[in-house]
Design a protein around this ligand. Structure first.
Ligand code: SF4
Ligand code: SF4
Length: 172
């Protein structure tokens, strides 16, 4: 953890889904006062209490990654990284310095089995060394299987989606 503070950022209250509130991904939580905070702070669900975004936890990410500025909430999960993009600025991840930084994050972590996704609402895009693969709309229960195939020209990745097979993810 770092000494960083959320201050007037409330973007995670928009981009993330909150199961306890049946709050969908990509829509403002009805309890959020954007730019001000949570109207039910003392009674907010456990998912909210435990949440720490990537920018708060990782001081290697510069100030340009402050979610209110970048329009991207990074989550570091057990088996993946996700760049949750504000649906109001869906192209933010393609801008610099974000695109290059996400690409470097993918190159550094994919060989160890931790892929990097971009999520714009339920639309998920998987970053791969040779492409950005649009996976369409995914739910929490969908599992993405990645298989590395060694070719003379180098390693390729095959992607298979298994629908409805996954248990709920722990909060990042
Ligand atoms: S996205 Fe990060 S900085 Fe912004 S409110 Fe959520 S936890 Fe705080
Ligand atoms: S309950 Fe509060 S902390 Fe949780 S998503 Fe809603 S506004 Fe944010």
């Amino acid at each position: 953890m770092t000494a960083r503070q959320c201050a007037s950022c409330t973007l995670c209250c928009k981009v993330l889904g909150i199961a306890a509130l049946e709050k969908p991904i990509g829509a403002w939580c009805p309890h959020c006062r954007p730019g001000a905070g949570c109207a039910i702070y003392d009674d907010r669900p456990r998912e909210c209490r435990g949440f720490i975004c990537g920018w708060l936890r990782d001081e290697r990410l510069g100030e340009e990654w402050y979610p209110k500025k970048s329009k991207i909430v990074l989550t570091y999960e057990q088996d993946r990284f996700v760049a949750h993009v504000d649906p109001g600025a869906p192209g933010a991840w393609k801008e610099e310095p974000y695109f290059s930084a996400l690409h470097r994050m993918m190159l550094a972590n994919l060989p160890a089995g931790k892929p990097v996704y971009v999520a714009i609402g339920r639309q998920h895009i998987l970053l791969l060394p040779d492409r950005q693969q649009d996976l369409g709309l995914l739910d929490e229960s969908d599992e993405v299987e990645l298989a590395a195939v060694e070719r003379p020209a180098g390693r390729e990745y095959r992607v298979t989606i298994h629908r409805g097979v996954r248990a709920a993810r722990p909060a990042p």
